[in-house]
Design a protein around this ligand. Structure first.
Ligand code: ATP
Length: 542
């Protein structure tokens, strides 16, 4: 099928949903053509013929007739084993070898009798030269030139070392000399955003900013499928996968059991506020604000050490850089022997393993993100730094902040504390233990030595909270007492309290926000950059 002036005629009819007589006729013709091509391929064993020139028929015979064109719609007609090479694997070691590659057409630039194409696959790019000469016709060149950016193509080419490195491509020491060029899936000719614009480095240079086109966050999120194709995003979501993988690996080594907890729950898990109500047959239910109650019930049910990775819902109208209405919680809970610090230290060591694993196994991805969003390397200590709340208050007061002993810290205060800690201890990660009892949930174990304190902790990355945790009250009488103190209707938490009536080991745990960990590890400024399809008070699409 020909591609005329960068527009796919049949595709355009599809997009617009026109079912006019002429559109139907055209579609029938296309089908007939595809069938003929298939028949030809079956008979000759070679690639099917194309229409020839991209911009209409030319009179001279097309010497490249069987080397290019648009493939018929893949409906899995043929099962073939063929060797497809990854772009990242194409280097000098393959010099003069012929390779078959499926990739996106990132850019193409025609210049006289040749066209420079850049092919992109994930974070890898390679240049390909299509030059009129033996085997490559003018018609083929025209066809290639007219294929819209972001189309998926199958190309066959010979790997050629280049005298000067091609700085703009990841495969800088070679290029491909094109032999065949087949379109697998055409992109619309007009893109709502350009991948190169969406990948542009963030700088503080206002002059440079004025010269360059940037893509704003809403345009990115409105066209997320395109935005996610940038090398930066390809890297971010692999790093995020790494966080989960390393979290799992660290806990499995310690004999934790992975569990799955319900997301549809009968009562709000963390009190009445911030909970989404959903209709549930003739009544209503809630979306879980955390797996808190269920992971504790798993401890009461003798699982000893559990973790879960799953969606958490918060109906908070918080339009900030770090709040979502749906995020992924990495939660864990464990029984301990004598002291809740066994739990806190286990979590601290889990973070150390995550940071070490990211540094050692995701260095390429971290570098890719850093090219667009420069950030200082994440620093951490092993074992992690542990401070107590009163020490933090002291540090803040010395820095001139009026922080109360029993008051939760505001976000700016948290950030300032992060800077003070970094300056003093050179770490971007630390644990703050012994939070005031008054600012923690009802199920937090009070400190036996100080009625105003609790056996609870938060953990911070680059000065922002990424975990809240504590020893939980496993005694039903004390639990009811604390719930009453918080004004909670005991009837509403009966099921929760009852799970501790048949004996439960002392235990504690914590909840981590996955998107926050990824954002702060990479030094990014907004949680929407680390949520593939973010949900916030103003956005539930795409
Ligand atoms: P914050 O004070 O920042 O609103 P929180 O005290 O409500 O957080 P917790 O309920 O203790 O947080 O949740 C544990 C962890 O889950 C937090 O440390 C954070 O990493 C993550 N988290 C909490 N709320 C959100 C949210 N709305 N969006 C993204 N992550 C969140």
């Amino acid at each position: 099928m020909g591609v005329q002036d960068g527009e796919n005629a049949a595709g355009a009819a599809d997009v617009e949903g026109k079912h006019s007589k002429s559109a139907l006729k055209k579609a029938a013709k296309e089908l007939e053509k595809a069938a003929k091509k298939q028949a030809y391929k079956a008979e000759k064993g070679g690639p099917e013929p194309s229409e020839g020139a991209a911009g209409g028929r030319v009179d001279e015979p097309d010497i490249s007739e069987f080397r290019y064109g648009e493939l018929p719609l893949n409906q899995s007609q043929i099962k073939e084993t063929r060797t497809v090479t990854r772009v990242e694997a194409v280097n000098k070691s393959l010099a003069n070898k012929t390779v078959l590659i499926r990739a996106r057409l990132h850019t193409s630039r025609a210049k006289g009798k040749q066209c420079f194409v850049v092919l992109r696959q994930g974070r890898s790019t390679i240049q390909m030269l299509v030059a009129v000469g033996p085997g490559i016709s003018k018609q083929m060149l025209k066809f290639v030139t007219n294929v819209p950016k972001e189309s998926i193509v199958d190309v066959v080419g010979v790997v050629q070392p280049v005298p000067k490195p091609i700085e703009s491509c990841t495969q800088s020491e070679v290029e491909l000399s094109c032999h065949e060029f087949w379109v697998v899936s055409l992109s619309a000719p007009k893109l709502p955003l350009q991948i190169d614009d969406a990948t542009r480095r963030v700088t503080d240079d206002a002059d440079e900013d004025n010269l360059n086109i940037r893509v704003n966050q809403d345009t990115r999120l409105d066209n997320r499928v395109l935005d996610l194709r940038t090398p930066t995003n390809q890297a971010i979501y692999r790093i995020e996968m790494g966080v989960c993988k390393l979290f799992r690996a660290a806990l499995e080594k310690k004999s934790f059991v992975e569990i799955h907890t319900p997301k549809i729950i009968p009562a709000a898990s963390e009190g009445g506020a911030n909970v989404f109500t959903v209709s549930y047959f003739k009544g209503s239910a809630f979306l879980a604000q955390s797996p808190q109650l269920y992971k504790q019930m798993a401890i009461a049910a003798d699982f000893e050490k559990v973790y879960t990775i799953g969606s958490v819902f918060r109906a908070e109208d918080s339009n900030t850089h770090r709040h979502l209405t749906e995020f992924i919680g990495l939660d864990l809970e464990m029984a301990f022997d004598t002291h809740y610090h066994e739990v806190m230290d286990t979590i601290g060591a889990t973070f150390t393993e995550i940071f070490r694993g990211l540094r050692d196994h995701y260095a390429d991805e971290i570098k890719t993100v850093g090219k667009q969003y420069p950030a200082d390397e994440f620093t951490f200590l092993d074992p992690p730094l542990r401070l107590e709340f009163p020490q933090a208050v002291q540090m803040l007061r010395e820095a001139g902040v009026d922080q109360g002993d029993e008051e939760d810290m505001s976000t700016p205060t948290e950030k300032l504390l992060g800077r003070l800690v970094k300056a003093k201890y050179d770490t971007d990660f630390y644990i703050l233990d012994k939070f005031p009892l008054a600012v923690r949930p009802f199920y937090t174990m009070p400190d036996p030595n100080n009625p105003k304190a609790s056996n609870s902790y938060d953990m911070f990355m680059r000065g922002e909270e990424i975990l809240s945790g504590a020893q939980r009250i496993h005694d039903p009488t004390l639990l009811c007492e604390r719930a009453t103190h918080h004004g909670i209707d005991l009837e509403k938490i009966k099921g929760y309290v009852d799970s501790f009536r048949y004996g439960c080991p002392p235990h504690g745990g914590g909840g981590i926000g996955l998107e926050r960990v990824t954002m702060l590890y990479l030094g990014l400024d907004n949680i929407r950059k680390t949520s593939m399809f973010p949900r916030d008070p103003k956005r539930i699409t795409p």
